[in-house]
Design a protein around this ligand. Structure first.
Ligand SMILES: [Zn+2]
Length: 263
């Protein structure tokens, strides 16, 4: 008889004692996964009702992106916020913060909107929900049997640690195999719409803004470390993003970019 608890042992016991528990674990995992994913989107919509919108700027950028993409359903929200940021939260709504609009030139702001629109075109939010649901399903399929089948001992502690490690691993896998690929795709979509060089200069401006903000009292090495994306970060480094943009640009545009003193 095995004296240790392995995943295989638990699965074996699960099947021997009550096969319906396996199904229960899977259904439980799906439900929790979907609820977790959808609640983050609902949270975004709820927060949206409390935001202060700069309607003049919102109308201006809605017109620009609508004209470019020929998608009349799009709506840009310029939200009053001190931190430069932009995101797509599903539907037809693209969000920009007022400080991002202030920091960048008009065509650079449009390049960021093209990037966010790329996320919409490729259904990245839906793909994220599906990934989360599958990852949570697998995780709970492992945890529920642990809680149910381990008769004694610190089973709650084991379940919590398994959940935390599993969740972290799932975030890393998502970032490395999906999230970063989505970011590169959204960048290349901006390039496809003719805004590759503008996106490159926008990324450079944002990078130096964040460097100034975060590296105030740090050494060069500490600054490099803090700016380096962590394993679970969906966003690749600015250097990698610009590198990819350069690879996908025509030689003529690359020469133009390097000779353009404003970029
Ligand atoms: Zn993005």
């Amino acid at each position: 008889m095995r004296k240790y608890i392995s995943e295989l042992y638990i699965e074996e016991r699960l099947l021997q004692e009550d096969p319906s528990l396996g199904l229960f674990s899977v259904i439980f995992g799906v439900v929790v996964g979907v609820i977790t994913s959808i609640s983050s989107i609902v949270g975004t919509y709820i927060r949206r009702s409390n935001i202060k919108e700069d309607s003049v700027q919102s109308i201006k950028y809605t017109k620009l992106i609508t004209k470019l993409t020929k998608n009349d359903d799009l709506k840009v929200y310029v939200v009053k916020d001190q931190i430069p940021n932009a995101f797509f939260a599903g539907g037809n709504d693209l969000f920009l913060t007022s400080s991002l609009v202030k920091l960048l030139a008009d065509d650079e702001v449009v390049s960021i909107l093209c990037h966010e629109y790329g996320h919409k075109v490729e259904n990245h939010i839906t793909k994220h929900i599906i990934y989360n649901s599958i990852a949570t399903t697998i995780l709970f399929s492992l945890i529920v049997p642990i809680v149910i089948l381990i008769p004694n001992g610190p089973k709650i502690m084991i379940a919590i640690v398994t959940y935390m490690l599993g969740d972290y691993a799932a975030q890393i896998v998502h970032a490395q195999f999906f999230g970063r690929r989505h970011e590169f795709y959204a960048d290349s979509y901006a390039k496809k719409l003719g805004y590759g060089s503008q996106l490159k200069s926008a990324l450079k401006k944002l990078d130096s803004y964040y460097k100034k903000l975060m590296c105030k009292d740090l050494s060069k090495e500490e600054c490099r470390l803090i700016m380096e994306p962590s394993l679970e970060d969906e966003h690749p480094s600015v250097k990698d993003r610009i590198g990819k943009l350069l690879l996908s640009l025509s030689p003529k545009n690359i020469i133009k970019m390097f000779t353009d003193k404003k970029g």
